[in-house]
Design a protein around this ligand. Structure first.
Ligand code: UD2
Length: 318
């Protein structure tokens, strides 16, 4: 009897051993050995900061796989809105902006561009691919460039509230005196997205041109701040950009009632906002370079860049 039990036990043990061996021989090839890259993984970068201290990615060429990202967002059938202001002599920049945007900005996705101008008849006709459209918004002529730059917040806020909330998912607000040179796509999407200013990403924080007067709502005390973000490009989810534009336009208005204007108008308010409300994604200066700057070695691609301009000639005031 005892011998029978021993034999049965050994038989069951052998059966389990055999099943275990069969399982591992069948499934082992499907497991990734330790350290294996995820399919489609980008090589990554070690020469630049690719993660903020609050764990937001800093997007540089080589840190993402565009094919993987596009397939994720294509399945969601998203719509991206973009705003651009072309008032006064800045209308001259619009054609190249729109033409290059068509080539590089979210190609293959639903895009709705809103052009704000005081010269609607001068808006160039640029052929757009299916799923992409342009709407012209006529605004009054303004005679101070500072007011044009700053009024964008109020108008973008109104656009989100009045028109976009029904159908757009993300929005980007961009300067018109710029051109696209390379892909600007789904890798840039995030809840709240700021772009590192090309003039300050290698500069000590103490030299950032934040608003330093405590009376201003854009005030940044010495030691405050993470990065210096540019005013010429920012974006994110509709509801996040709604919060940003609402806060910044209210703060800008509060400053105006006290008779002050922040050092860099809405850019100063954006910087204060993004210090308190950390962006979930930070775009490298690839996403807003400046043509007058020599190219730096860490810049493997320039996606969007401000053209060289003569301020004295194009601005309505000095
Ligand atoms: C910086 C910022 C800009 C804004 C400004 C502070 C970048 C690259 N640029 O650029 O976004 O924060 O500082 O106010 O970060 N505009 C017109 N007509 C005008 C003047 C301005 O349409 O007569 C619009 C246009 O879309 C232009 C934008 O306002 O791109 C910003 O004006 P800017 O380019 O003169 O500002 P700038 O170069 O000082």
């Amino acid at each position: 009897m005892n011998l029978f039990l021993i034999k049965t036990g050994a038989g069951i043990l052998l059966l389990f051993l055999l099943l275990g061996m069969l399982y591992s021989s069948v499934w082992q090839p499907c497991r990734l050995p330790p350290g294996s890259p995820v399919p489609g993984a980008a090589p990554g970068r070690t020469d630049v900061q690719t993660l903020t201290p609050w764990l937001a990615p800093v997007v540089w060429e080589g840190t993402f796989d565009p094919v993987v990202l596009d397939s994720i967002y294509q399945a969601k059938n998203i719509t991206i809105a973009a705003t651009v202001f072309a008032q006064g002599k800045y209308i001259r920049f619009l054609k190249k902006f729109l033409e290059t945007m068509e080539q590089h900005f979210f190609t293959g996705f639903n895009v709705h561009v809103f052009v704000y101008t005081d010269q609607p008849n001068e808006v160039p006709h640029v052929k757009m691919a299916s799923g992409r459209q342009l709407t012209v918004k006529t605004v009054p002529t303004v005679n101070r460039w500072q007011d044009i730059s700053a009024s964008r917040m109020v108008l973008v806020l109104a656009l989100i509230e009045d028109e976009l909330h029904d159908y757009a998912d993300f929005i980007f607000c961009l300067d018109v005196d710029s051109q696209f040179h390379g892909r600007w796509g789904t890798e840039s999407l995030g809840d709240l997205v700021g772009v590192l200013h090309p003039g300050y990403y290698k500069v000590d924080r103490s030299a950032f041109p934040y608003e330093r007067r405590p009376i201003s709502k854009a005030y940044m005390a010495p030691g405050d701040g993470d990065f210096y973000y540019c005013g010429g490009a920012f974006g994110g989810l509709l509801q996040e950009v709604h919060r940003l534009t609402k806060t910044c336009s209210t703060n800008f208005g509060d400053d105006a009632t006290k008779g002050i204007e922040a050092a860099w108008q809405e850019e100063s308010h954006i910087n204060r906002y993004l210090w308190i409300n950390k962006p979930s994604k930070v775009l490298s200066p690839e996403y807003l370079w400046q043509d007058f700057k020599p190219r730096e070695p860490e810049l493997h691609i320039i996606r969007f860049s401000g053209v060289v301009k003569n301020y004295a000639e194009i601005r309505p005031n000095v």
